[in-house]
Design a protein around this ligand. Structure first.
Ligand SMILES: Cc1ncc(COP(=O)(O)O)c(C=O)c1O
Length: 354
């Protein structure tokens, strides 16, 4: 058996690497110049993105951060626009749409499932005093242990936003995971939103890229904004080809979710461990240990070769993706318990590698 070292880096699903099939597709990609709109592989990817999310059109961008920024700029009619989103969304915590996009950020409380608290959302919308509004939802909810929201929740919140004339944006950096977790088409979860960011470079495994999807007019405006921001990529078909391979593999995310569930159960068995239990888990597991802060916990795991990211309130996060194997679970559980284990490889007979 060809043993290879276990992949114990759980920091992010952005750490997937293109495999041989993806690299072959990249090498063979037909290209043009996307600045001129004649890159056939990008056009194919954008058509596929529009179909997948059920929107009229899609735009290929370098990252989800840029897709969110372009979405806000495209939707905001003026500097008095208010962007309402949960306090723990990626947009509120880690992006600068308010600074770069010139809009006012209004952060509202979230429920345990990661959706905005309806009363807090309603209050923020009532307070808007005729100012233009954008409401941004996130699915899955990264800082809420990757919980997947269902279509009914999104529809309810979007309905509330629309009563106030808001543009509804969905940061679906991991919308593919949410769709797989609910066993519904991506477009079912995207239906309530006017615009959707759909990341290709997280669990789907493309090396780079995100799609911003919406009406034809919205995407036309977004295309102009992408150019102004310097986000237009020329022979982008090379990376779009990898993204098309990634989309074919979308159903495979179920494997990551199953492994994340296994990891969560394993970690919960360690005395003193508290594993967050989101209502609908996807590929993220967060855990804290009694008596350890997040940095100490991160160091304990790192001393065993297990890499995680520290979060709030003592939690660290594991993000499971296609590089991970079931044989990693006992290693990670042992590392959390502070045990010293011999190095394990995926090919050892005791493992149940995927
Ligand atoms: C929910 C969410 N939105 C947006 C992003 C930004 O993605 P990117 O790294 O492609 O800019 C992330 C990144 O982790 C994310 O988790």
């Amino acid at each position: 058996m060809n043993a290879r070292p276990l992949f114990l880096d759980f920091r992010s699903d952005t750490r997937t690497r293109p495999d041989a099939a993806m690299r072959a597709a990249m090498a063979a990609a037909a290209v043009g110049d996307d600045a001129y709109g004649d890159d056939p592989t990008v056009l194919e990817l954008e058509a596929e993105g529009a179909r997948l999310t059920g929107k009229q059109a899609a735009l290929f961008l370098p990252s989800s951060t840029m897709a969110n920024l372009v979405a806000v700029l495209a939707a905001a009619p003026g500097a008095d626009t208010r962007l309402v989103t949960g306090t723990d969304t990626h947009i509120a915590r880690f992006e600068s749409v308010h600074r770069l996009g010139g809009v006012q950020l209004v952060a509202v409380a979230q429920r345990d499932d990661g959706s905005p608290e309806p009363a807090a959302l309603a209050q923020a919308l009532d307070d808007s005093r005729e100012q233009p509004l954008i409401v941004s939802l996130e699915n899955t909810c990264m800082l809420h242990a990757g919980n997947a929201l269902d279509a009914a929740t999104t529809q309810r919140l979007a309905g509330l936003a629309r009563q106030h004339g808001a543009h509804v944006h969905l940061d679906g950096a991991r919308l593919a995971n949410a769709a797989v977790a609910w066993q519904v088409p991506v477009r079912t979860l995207a239906a309530a939103a006017d615009s959707v960011t759909f990341c290709l470079a997280k669990g789907l495994g493309a090396p780079v890229g995100s799609l911003l999807c919406g009406s034809a007019a919205f995407v036309d405006r977004s295309r102009e904004l992408r150019l102004e921001l310097g986000g237009t990529m020329h022979q982008a078909g090379v990376v779009a080809a990898a993204a098309l391979v990634a989309l074919e593999r979308l159903p495979r995310l179920a494997d990551d979710h199953a492994l994340a569930a296994e990891l969560a159960a394993g970690l919960a068995s360690v005395p003193g461990a508290e594993v967050a239990a989101p209502p609908r888990r996807t590929n993220i597991v967060t855990v804290r240990m009694a008596g350890l802060d997040a940095a100490e916990l991160q160091r304990r795991l790192a001393s065993q070769g297990v890499l995680v990211l520290p979060l709030d309130r003592g939690h660290v996060r594991f993000v499971v993706h296609r590089e991970h194997q079931a044989a990693a679970v006992p290693v990670v559980v042992g590392a959390l318990a502070g045990e010293r284990l011999a190095p394990v490889t995926a090919g050892q007979p005791a493992s149940s590698s995927r």
